[in-house]
Design a protein around this ligand. Structure first.
Ligand code: COA
Length: 211
């Protein structure tokens, strides 16, 4: 289980609100219930990261859940060039790039195009945000990194003022669901059975893991 020492999150000025997060050492250490020794940083994706991301996305443990690398990279390029409002980051642990995390504005997906395949989006508040993440190397899976990074990222969003933070793993992705529960996300019972190939979980730190 990794330990937390200091945490710094950065995001570009162009983002809608202030800095994503500054230092959530106390909260993250509380969540982990361990002494602080690990450093996590969130760096906004730039053009120079796209080849690395194409490599990561093509790996087997990503391809179980992500679209083809060129398609995903084209979406990320749209984000960094301003055609998609989703905010993409590389997360670094102990100074090393270890994975990708993004957050998207649910309100920007509450339209007829999205409702056609995802009608449950209409049941979420328009000011909700959704998070996605994956770890670069298969050798780093199930070591507590994903849940720690996600908890830190979500707490940063709370600090920014976001009140509804969701994540939508595939119900068959048991490792992801377990990691997200450890990070403080809980299934939304009102959406059970309505969301097809997604389990919608909401960030509710400090609550029981029972829905
Ligand atoms: C999803 C992901 C980000 C989670 O990060 P992580 O660092 O692996 O997660 P953590 O180690 O914090 O937690 C994983 C938990 O699942 C458990 N786990 C591992 N494999 C599991 C499995 N097959 N079934 C159930 N639980 C499993 C781990 O034991 C751990 O729980 P524990 O600490 O109670 O023992 C990471 O696994 C990942 O990138 N996976 C590949 C791509 C992916 O699925 N992305 C998300 C969907 S797009």
């Amino acid at each position: 289980m990794p330990q937390l020492k200091a945490i710094v999150a950065n995001r570009p000025e162009a983002h809608r609100r202030g800095p994503l997060a500054v230092n959530h050492l106390a909260e993250a250490a509380r969540i982990m219930q361990e002494p602080a020794t690990l450093q996590i940083q969130f760096q906004p994706v730039t053009e120079s990261d796209l080849d690395t991301l194409r490599d990561w996305i093509g790996r087997p443990h990503w391809q179980q859940w992500w679209l083809a690398p060129d398609e995903e990279v084209s979406y990320i390029r749209s984000m960094i060039e301003g055609r998609d409002t989703t905010r993409p980051f590389i997360f670094h642990v102990g100074g090393e790039p270890m994975g990708y995390i993004q957050y998207r504005f649910i309100g920007d997906h509450q339209n007829a195009d999205w409702f056609a395949d995802h009608p449950w989006l209409a049941d979420l508040p328009s000011d909700a945000v959704g998070v996605d993440l994956s770890i670069a190397d298969a050798s780093d899976l199930a070591k507590g990194i994903g849940s720690t990074v996600l908890a830190e990222f979500a707490q940063g969003l709370v600090t920014e003022g976001w009140r509804t933070i969701i994540i939508d793993p595939d119900p068959n992705n048991a490792r992801a669901i377990r990691a997200y529960a450890k990070a403080g996300f809980r299934p939304i019972p009102a959406l059970f059975g309505k969301t097809g190939d997604s389990l919608i979980m909401r960030y509710q730190p400090g609550t029981s893991e029972q829905p």
